[in-house]
Write a protein that binds this ligand. Structure first.
Ligand code: NDP
Length: 499
């Protein structure tokens, strides 16, 4: 079991890794057409792991051509769903067989603790592939209630060529949330991983081929957003673009679509999620654990991070003391140490960004109650302490902008009514939480909170069966659950007039 491997065991395995560092197009690994590469860096040490193909317009054209040809050939798109299912189940199985390798690649590539890549990222990704594979031969189409001389069929068809542009915070998991329903529905897929974290996506391509996904059906293009990402967004022969990342880049994709072929664009963007703790919360210790996990899990690099703690004045000091006591035990450490709860920030740019917000919070007059410092481990890496700002005003930058780091902004309120107003006072609407023992308040808040997920007496609840996505500038469409198929299929009405 990987959980029992020590830090030295994991370090010992690094030498045996072989990095896939070329694009995967039409069933083969290939250098970028310009020959350009970029450095793939371990953020915990600053060391270059490998040089990865930097794909640009010509590579995107080649991948789209391969994907379109595979779609038209129909080997995958027209395959019996039960057979597609078998191949996807095999892929999920291969992912679990290679679980330790995938987990190590993920941790080296983006700095997250090995304890989580082995238990959350890789099994969660394999489960996603498995779940959508299992679903595909159990979904039926519809026949409409028309007059007797008509048969009207409402069918769902694969959309065609789907491009997925994903971020670096959960590289494999976010990729699988997109590609699994897209592949299961019969599409051809092109995946562009974030430039910070291409390694697991490239290994996944190889495993997909081994599982039997035909050539050209699943392609992976490492590269930069401005080049490879933009070329996918503007491509005239891409039917659907599914994205997870910042709201700023999500808006670019809407523009690219409008300026090209009006491809469907599905966005899962940022958040500034409110975590409301009322004085009648059933158990403050449980609420404190959920709150700490909600902001510091994955170094705070989580789109649903509970980055605004909205707490009733009368319990604020007691509650905050509990949250900070947990935070003190979550100081960052070597991501390869299985005891580490918080690893490295993904890169220097993100570290500087987060430190800039910590600076802004102090300048705006919030009280730095805990942390706030950058930490160097073994003289290398970008680590930041779990950080708490108290007495934050919701109009401050640290309450309005997505920090994407381990920074909690605490906003005291006088009562539940004010809590609700403050919670909804944001451009985002990805998730929110309310801790209360009053069933009326729980229902009232769950209706009134303007977000795609509302958690009651927990934080970050859900599994593959529940839809995930945002209101407002957190995006559109839903990942996970059967609803995810809506994004990757077209709905067709066939009206048959009987003689
Ligand atoms: P981005 O939104 O820039 O990156 C996400 C993906 O989009 C990456 O694959 C990226 O490629 C690509 N991309 C970037 N710019 C463009 C472009 N102009 N056209 C097409 N594709 C593009 O996130 P960042 O990595 O820059 O992080 C910045 C901030 O975004 C974070 O601090 C956080 O606030 C937010 N974010 C939110 C995430 C979420 O899950 N909601 C995930 C990641 C970040 P490349 O790798 O080259 O940049």
């Amino acid at each position: 079991m990987s959980a029992q491997l020590s830090r030295d065991d994991w370090k010992g395995r690094i030498g045996g890794l072989s990095y896939r560092n070329q694009a995967f197009i039409g069933g083969k690994f290939t250098a970028s057409l310009t020959g350009k590469t970029f450095d793939c860096v371990n953020p915990a040490t600053g060391q270059v792991l490998t040089k990865v193909a930097a794909c640009e317009q010509a590579d995107v054209d080649a991948a789209v051509k391969a994907a379109r040809a595979a779609f038209e050939k129909g080997t995958w798109a027209n395959m019996a769903p039960a057979q597609r299912k078998r191949i996807m189940l095999k892929l999920a199985d291969l992912m679990m067989k290679n679980r330790e390798e995938l987990a190590l690649l993920e941790t080296l590539d983006m700095g997250k603790p090995i304890a989580f890549s082995t238990t959350v990222d890789v099994p969660g990704s394999a489960n996603t592939v498995q779940w959508f594979g299992e679903a595909i031969d159990k979904i039926y189409d519809e026949v409409a209630p028309t007059p007797g001389n008509v048969i009207a069929m409402i069918t769902r068809e694969a959309a065609g060529v789907v491009a997925c542009v994903v971020p670096w915070n959960f590289p494999l998991l976010m990729a699988c949330w997109k590609i699994s329903p897209a592949l299961a529905a019969g599409n051809s897929v092109i995946l562009k991983p974030a430039e910070q974290s291409p390694l697991t996506a490239l290994r996944l391509a190889e495993l997909a081929a081994e599982a039997g996904i035909p050539e050209g059906v699943f392609n992976v293009l490492p590269g930069f957003g401005e080049t490879a990402g933009q070329a996918l967004g503007r491509h005239m022969d891409v039917d659907v673009l599914a994205f997870t990342g910042s709201t700023e880049v999500g808006k670019y994709f809407l523009r690219y679509s409008g300026e090209s072929n009006m491809k469907q664009v599905w966005l899962e963007c940022g958040g500034k999620s409110p975590n409301i703790v009322l004085a009648d919360a059933p158990n403050l210790d449980v609420a404190a654990r959920r709150t700490a996990f909600g902001i510091w899990f994955n170094q705070g690099e989580v789109c649903t991070a509970g980055s605004r703690l909205i707490v009733e004045d009368k319990i604020k000091d007691e509650f905050l003391a509990k949250v900070m006591a947990i935070g003190q035990k979550m100081m960052p450490g070597d991501p390869l140490d299985p005891k580490t709860q918080m690893g490295a920030m993904v890169d220097e740019t993100q570290t500087k960004r987060v430190m800039g917000y910590i600076d802004a919070g102090q300048k705006e007059g919030a009280k730095l109650a805990m942390g706030g410092k950058q930490v160097h481990i073994d003289n290398a890496g970008s680590f930041i302490e779990p950080t708490v700002f108290d007495n934050v005003d919701n109009r401050m930058k640290i309450a309005q902008e997505e920090i994407f780091g381990p920074v909690l902004s605490v906003i005291p309120v006088k009562d539940a009514e004010q809590a609700l107003t403050v919670a909804n006072d944001t451009i985002y609407g990805l998730a929110s939480a309310i801790f209360t023992s009053d069933i009326n308040k729980a229902f009232k808040f769950s209706k009134a909170l303007r977000s795609g997920s509302v958690w009651v007496n927990t934080y970050d609840g859900g599994d593959i069966t529940t839809p995930f996505g945002g209101y407002k500038q957190s995006g559109n469409g839903r990942d996970k659950s059967l609803h995810a198929f809506d994004k990757f299929t077209q709905m067709k009405t066939t009206w048959i007039q009987l003689g």
